[in-house]
Write a protein that binds this ligand. Sequence first.
Ligand SMILES: Cc1cc2nc3c(=O)[nH]c(=O)nc-3n(C[C@H](O)[C@H](O)[C@H](O)COP(=O)(O)OP(=O)(O)OC[C@H]3O[C@@H](n4cnc5c(N)ncnc54)[C@H](O)[C@@H]3O)c2cc1C
Length: 454
Amino acid sequence: MEIFDTAVVGGGLAGLGVATLLRERGKNVVLFEKEDQPGGKVRSVREDGFVVELGPLGWLDREPVVSDLVAGLGLKPLIAKDVQKDRSLFKDGGLIALPSDGPSFLMSKVLPFHAKMRLAAELFIPARRHGEESVESFSTRRFGKHVANTLFGAMVSGIYGGDPQKLSVHAAFPLMAGWEFESGSCMRGALKHMRKKRRDIKQGRLKKTSGTLCSLAGGLGDFTDAAAQNLGANYRGGQALEAVTREGNFWEFHQAGAVVARAHHLVLATPARESARLLGAVGKELAQVAATIPGNNLCVVTGAWRRDQVQHELQSFGFIALRNHGFRPLGVQYASSIFPDQSPSDMVQLRVLIGGSFDPDVADLSDQELQAACFDPLHKLLGVQGDPERVWMRRVAGGIPQYTVGHLSRVAAFDAMEEKMPGLHFAGDSLHGVGVNAVLKRALVVADRLCASR
Ligand SMILES: Cc1cc2nc3c(=O)[nH]c(=O)nc-3n(C[C@H](O)[C@H](O)[C@H](O)COP(=O)(O)OP(=O)(O)OC[C@H]3O[C@@H](n4cnc5c(N)ncnc54)[C@H](O)[C@@H]3O)c2cc1C
């Protein structure tokens, strides 16, 4: 029987992140992943000069742990072109550039004058410091209906593909909720936060980060492939675990009715429902909690056209579409403008995201219908002519977990289980944050805690 210091279940970014950090610190760690390919939601297709991301597109350089992990695996970040800073909004049937700083905000058409005034009045709105609140209620209360529908609507759509009425601001945007709590105003809190960050960097307490969008030459799959490879024989791909039990001082791992390994520590980096299922009788109370963390169906549909087939210059990141403004997909990213090295120079790569809370039926569309829903509106909007030369698509069932109001109490139930069961740790995007940065930041918390516990 093989005995490990730590066993990680789930070979997405979270699990691979924890395992890599533990290995760097000399721990004997094994990772079980059910699919043949590592990466989970990360899926980078490389073919004929294209790198096509069918999961996350990249990460913003804001969390030192991400660049440390990338460097530790011998990889070099691919920095997005400056155009990625320019983003637009699809609103009232057309594209409006989103302002990138204060002066351009004042001139921008994204909000009418009265809404800009209401936004400025946020400084004087009394703070509310109790209970979880929906993003819609919070943003309307603090910034007014217009800003709530437009800017917060776009943010929720862009990050969660979610419904602002259902998402918890405290769980989905904790920084913002914290600014109100601590400083009485989000704007005051944000300014204080920026000043403190600058001070910490100057005094060497914090690493300087650029905030720019990054990927890797072969896409994010370079990271997950390298992390799996780095684990050598202790990366066990294509091995779905059936159950995990606690026997004496060990966690035991079951596959095909037999115990295949033992470990002192267990990191469950699987979706919350799967984590609860794996824990069997121990996780019974968690199963009910996990069932109330919904996941959105999301599809990525990417097309490649010859440059001469597209009239629009595409000199930006792309756009997010406000709901009910006449554009079905959640948004379009101009992938070949953001990372030009990931497409042949005479081709244009457009990545369309569709689905989310307001469009659950997307899962029922045929490939042809999905392609039409994503590409047909681009003909008029971006001057796209004719069919794409290539198409890639991926349906990600339950793609983005939704942190609905009440999420904090769900996380507390998982925290309590960690306290109760020795050596148990939860990671992954079901609980502590969605996205590359959030799951790797949590991976660091888990690795630190695990190393400190002995
Ligand atoms: C379409 C899409 C686009 C996105 N775009 C971005 C973006 O641009 N930037 C960004 O920061 N974030 C983005 N995200 C979010 C980001 O991809 C995720 O938050 C992150 O990848 C989650 O990683 P994870 O390891 O927590 O989960 P997962 O990737 O879901 O990994 C969980 C793993 O557990 C495995 N598993 C499950 N059950 C078992 C079992 N019984 N035994 C063994 N293994 C098991 C699964 O196979 C899977 O590999 C996007 C997500 C989607 C879906």
